[in-house]
Design a protein. Structure first.
Ligand code: GRF
Length: 218
């Protein structure tokens, strides 16, 4: 069975979706540990409640990004995971860290990449008048919020949406597609060939919704 380490910074709801799916027997992985760069991350308590070991590598205790990343990499290497799953990890990673885990480092981003990289994705989608928004699970490359896409889910932007309502609609889909993507990885159904993802799996349940609804041919 493949093993994963989940890396968080805060609330940890995506982490919890993975813990829940694993506990329910729907995700065939061993979760070796949950790591956080913040000792006060709420998600650490959630992980402990699921009986998953937790560790903190506090970025404020390191003089540079490189020193923090090296400590993180050493901690993760000590756990020997097959995949490193970023779930609301709010720090930019150095190229050295990304390259060290290349092909094994996964992230979820709250937009349909390559649109809206970076922060405040829901606010920016509303400002731009986007009618379709969503989330993306992707391999991490040195370029921020870019990298081969494994799965995306789209949601409509509705009249009257604000940042909170749109974020909630996207987050509900994040909690579906992250366990799905990690399951595909754990089952060896994801192949990364020359920077592109090929899936050896029917994409059942992956693309959740588009707006306006897709027309079905009679
Ligand atoms: C999620 O929207 C995730 O896509 C983004 O940060 C947020 C983290 O939320 N990277 P949570 O900590 O998983 O609840």
């Amino acid at each position: 069975m493949k093993s994963i380490v989940i890396v968080i910074s805060g609330r940890g709801s995506n982490m919890e979706s993975l813990l829940k799916a694993t506990a329910a027997g729907e995700l065939p992985v061993r979760i070796s540990a949950v790591l956080s760069n913040r000792p006060d991350a709420v998600g650490l308590r959630t992980a402990a409640a699921y009986g998953v070991p937790t560790q903190v590598v506090d970025h404020t205790e390191y003089a540079s990004r490189e020193a923090f990343d090296a400590a993180m990499a050493e901690t993760i290497d000590g756990l020997g995971p097959d995949f490193v799953v970023l779930a609301g990890f709010m720090r930019i990673l150095s190229d050295a860290f990304v390259q060290h885990f290349q092909g094994r480092l996964i992230n979820i981003h709250p937009s349909l990449l390559p649109s809206f990289t970076g922060l405040h994705t829901h606010r920016r989608a509303l400002q731009e008048g986007a009618r379709i928004h969503g989330c993306t699970v992707h391999f991490v490359t040195p370029s921020l919020d870019h990298g081969p896409i494994i799965v995306q889910a789209a949601v409509p932007v509705l009249d009257g949406d604000d940042e909170v309502s749109l974020a909630a609609r996207v987050l509900a889909q994040e909690h579906c597609v992250y366990p799905l993507a990690i399951r595909w990885l754990a089952e060896g159904r994801v192949r990364l060939v020359e920077g592109r993802v090929f899936l050896d799996t029917p994409q059942d349940g992956a693309a959740v919704l588009v707006s306006p609804p897709a027309q079905v041919a009679p």
